[in-house]
Design a protein around this ligand. Structure first.
Ligand code: SF4
Length: 333
């Protein structure tokens, strides 16, 4: 029984590990375990309880909460999940909030819709990818596009700084990922698939999705799009994690924030790229704490959904239309 730990540590204090971050939401809270890249959804009262007992002496906690069944349950969970430790002093360094993103790239995540324009300008676009320092590249093939256009484009990618490549294309039976000839290919998404499945084919994660193209590209929040680690958390505190250093390049080569963005922020081939980036950064720097309903959401510092906030002049607040309701904890499709 975990609680025997308490009796054995009566002479010590209780500390929350600095890599475990409690976050309150509107209807429930969460504890982000930044070391294990994990999240535990918990009642808000547990988040309050942690704030109350952290750094207190174990003997005081036992004296004060000894008769409270819920408090014992909470303590048991905190011990079992290793969110807390007992010691006479907190030996662990505090989490640094200063260096929130040491990545020097101007854009980290880029989606490109493959088109005649893009393929015709492959070399120049790949030079832009290099200049921007893109780490994760995502190529999207609209229906009716010859998949071999991927080869024409990736030919120029060989020497690039891209670390991870993902490709989405309409469903194809018996598609062989080796045909792409790219060791950096990590994920293949087949939209408009007659069935739903995720399997590994030749070390490539292959997802067969029943969504049509529009549904596939549509921004969506989900428990699977949660990113828990120190860097993501600090980025999420200071900016919008779903949009930060992320860009969507449409079939005409124009920069947008996502597939349904009605604005364009210049062309990827523009010589004045810095100005385009500045315009994009104005949006990605709007923190989720300033966006409704994100500010009331327990997932706000880990959520990578790329909804674009719009400003309501009357309410003096940014809004998004999310498929998750933090007030009821309901998910919508
Ligand atoms: S409300 Fe905001 S933070 Fe919460 S899931 Fe939706 S987009 Fe993500």
């Amino acid at each position: 029984m975990e609680l025997t730990c308490l009796s054995h540590n009566r002479d010590k204090k209780l500390f929350l590990f600095s890599c475990c971050i409690p976050v309150k939401g509107s209807a429930r809270g969460a504890i982000y375990d930044l070391q294990r890249d994990d999240i535990e959804l918990v009642p808000n009262s547990l988040v309050d309880f942690i704030g109350y007992i952290n750094k207190k002496s174990v003997q005081n906690i036992i004296d004060e909460w000894g008769d409270n069944e819920i408090a014992w349950e909470y303590l048991e969970l905190l011990i079992q999940k290793e969110f807390i430790f007992f010691s006479s002093e907190d030996h662990f360094p505090k989490l640094s909030h200063k260096c929130f993103n040491d990545d020097t790239s101007k854009i980290e995540f880029m989606t490109i819709v493959l088109s005649e324009f893009v393929v015709r300008n492959s070399k120049a676009i790949v030079e832009r990818i290099e200049y921007l320092g893109v780490k994760c590249l995502y190529l999207h093939l609209p229906p009716g596009t010859d998949w071999e256009q991927i080869l024409e484009f990736t030919y120029f990618l060989k020497q690039s700084c891209v670390i991870s490549l993902s490709i989405s294309l309409p469903y194809q039976k018996d598609f062989n990922p080796n045909a792409i000839k790219e060791q950096r290919l990590k994920n293949l998404y087949f939209y408009s698939s007659p069935y739903s499945e995720s399997i590994e084919i030749y070390n490539v994660n292959s997802y067969f999705l029943e969504y049509n193209e529009e549904e596939f590209l549509f921004p969506r929040a989900g428990i699977n799009s949660i990113s828990i680690n120190h860097r993501a958390f600090l980025t999420g505190k200071k900016a919008n994690l779903g949009l930060y250093k992320t860009v969507f390049v449409n079939a005409k080569g124009m920069l947008q924030l996502n597939s349904i963005d009605i604005k364009e922020y210049g062309c990827i081939l523009d010589s004045d790229m810095e100005n385009n980036l500045f315009l994009l950064s104005e949006v990605w720097n709007i923190k989720r704490d300033k966006i409704m309903p994100c500010r009331k959401c327990e997932l706000k510092y880990a959520c990578t959904a790329n909804f674009i906030p719009t400003y309501d002049d009357k309410k003096k607040m940014y809004f998004i239309n999310c498929n998750y309701n933090p007030s009821t904890n309901e998910w919508f499709t």
